[in-house]
Design a protein around this ligand. Structure first.
Ligand code: ARG
Length: 459
């Protein structure tokens, strides 16, 4: 007998409709269907090679699964809530198609190790896509940076003009951040890529299975070494979502800057119209909706991380139904990351830089004051004293509403007699950039080197 519920023999009344709806996961876990089949095919092959299923069973299972894959790909699979989840839906359909071999497929496994394997297979695939998309986004940043190693803009601390940097240097800060994000996903992948299958419900199975063989067929690096841990571990989901949250925070910071830079008050950049929206009431408005939404969406990903951490907190070993709640946050995290990476990569190519506005902001902010202090230090004045001398000069220039470079040499010399004509070179933003010529500095030569380094890494 093959009832709708695989365990219904134990019960003497049907499940309440409300409970059925509440406990079913098919609405969302059908997304795992192809991975579920991939796992089942490897499991069936291993069972056959180990003499647990016959060659005929395997041929039937492969044939049946082929048909189910067609149904899924053509959107013709009739997912039933009575069958609770993707695993039972697929198995029931298989059995309808091929009979007894379909019922034998579940030999030596449980939905507990099955679902844990499915999510890992699915997440591994998505992680690979994300790792590639991050690289694409980094390339988009580099491409924009390439033309701006000599474009000066104010670097800020406390959102006050601090020192000149190049726009390329600023962009490369994000290339570094996203480079670390990419590393984190590569690291996380290593722990995603271990196989729970064979743990069965929680204790292992009495059949002479070969877990290494299934792992090899599914291209897992290793098998999970403890059956209890195998079915209950969701570290990989927490870790993935933590890496995702950190990346979304980087996106949120970049978004905040783009929004600020695009404000007419700042006017450093313009974002192409296709990434902006207008206002229904204010005709003059062009709003940076995409970066704003990305900034907002960082909240939902961080929320999913909190959700998963809380889901796992205090769960006793081994599998608990709580774990069914791991999927939606993971799915939504992956969707948000992939969409954000794609749209941001395109948006970078549509950014128009306004170097004149950046330059005038540098000139207004006494951004080269530190350069003047360093100049005096090189003439033998202790840094703390030169700091004070320059502070007085800045105050004087401020009173005259001009820049340090606009003060006559005699005026500058009144603050310190060691100042000479060559000071004007170091007071320019360009001179200031050029002077910071070491690894990690903003000198065009160094930034160009970094661009080349990243180009090589990203291929
Ligand atoms: N739908 C379940 C999940 O997502 C599959 C595993 C069910 N296992 C069980 N013992 N009820 O976790």
């Amino acid at each position: 007998m093959y009832d709708n519920k695989t365990w219904s023999g134990r019960f003497n009344e049907p499940m309440s409709e409300l409970v059925k709806k509440y406990t079913a996961s098919i609405d969302f876990d059908q997304r795992l269907a192809l991975c579920d089949i991939q796992g089942s095919l490897a499991h069936a092959q291993m069972l056959t090679e180990s003499g647990i299923l016959t060659e005929k069973d395997l041929t039937d299972i492969r044939q049946g699964m082929e048909e189910i894959i067609q149904l899924i790909n053509n959107n013709q699979m009739n997912w039933s809530i009575d069958l609770e989840d993707v695993h039972m839906n697929v198995e029931k359909m298989l059995t309808e198609k091929i009979g007894d071999a379909g019922k034998r497929l579940h030999t030596g496994r449980s939905r507990n190790d099955q679902v844990a394997t499915d999510i890992r297979l699915w997440l591994r695939e998505e992680t690979d896509i994300i790792i590639q998309l991050i690289a694409d986004f980094q390339v988009a940043l580099l491409t924009l940076a390439e033309n701006h190693t000599d474009t000066v803009m104010p670097g800020f601390t406390h959102l006050q003009v601090a020192q000149p940097v190049s726009f390329a240097h600023h962009l490369l800060a994000y290339v570094e951040m996203f480079g670390r994000d990419r590393e984190r996903f590569i690291d996380a992948r290593a722990r995603i890529n271990r196989m729970p299958l064979g743990a069965a419900a929680l204790a292992g199975t009495t059949y002479p299975i070969c877990r290494e063989r299934t792992a090899e067929l599914l291209q897992f690096d290793d098998v999970c070494q403890n059956s209890l841990d195998a079915v209950s571990d969701r570290d990989f989901a927490m870790e993935f979502t933590a890496a995702a949250s950190i990346m979304m925070i980087h996106f949120s910071r970049l978004s905040e800057e783009l929004i600020l830079w695009m404000s007419p008050r700042v006017g450093f950049i313009d974002i192409a119209d296709r990434f902006c929206t207008g206002s229904s009431i204010m005709p003059q408005k062009k709003n940076p909706d995409v970066p704003e939404l990305v900034r907002g969406k960082s909240g939902r990903v961080i929320g999913h991380l909190m959700g998963l951490l809380t889901l796992m907190k205090s769960q006793p070993l081994a599998y608990n139904k709580d774990n069914q709640e791991d999927k939606e946050p993971l799915f939504d995290t992956v969707d948000t990351l992939i969409n954000t990476l794609r749209i941001y990569t395109e948006m970078m190519a549509g950014i128009k830089v306004k170097p004149e506005n950046m330059k005038s902001a540098v000139l207004q902010g006494y951004a080269t004051a530190t350069d003047l202090a360093d100049y005096l230090v090189k003439k033998g004045i202790p840094f703390r004293d030169s700091h004070e001398i320059v502070a007085r000069a800045v105050r004087h220039a401020e009173e005259k509403s001009c820049g340090l470079e606009d003060l006559e040499l005699s005026v500058l010399q009144s603050f310190n007699s060691l100042i000479e004509q060559d000071v004007y070179e170091i007071l320019t933003p360009e001179g200031s950039l050029k002077a910071r010529n070491h690894i990690g500095g903003t000198a065009p030569e160094q930034v160009l080197r970094q661009i080349m380094r990243w180009r090589k890494i990203l291929g």
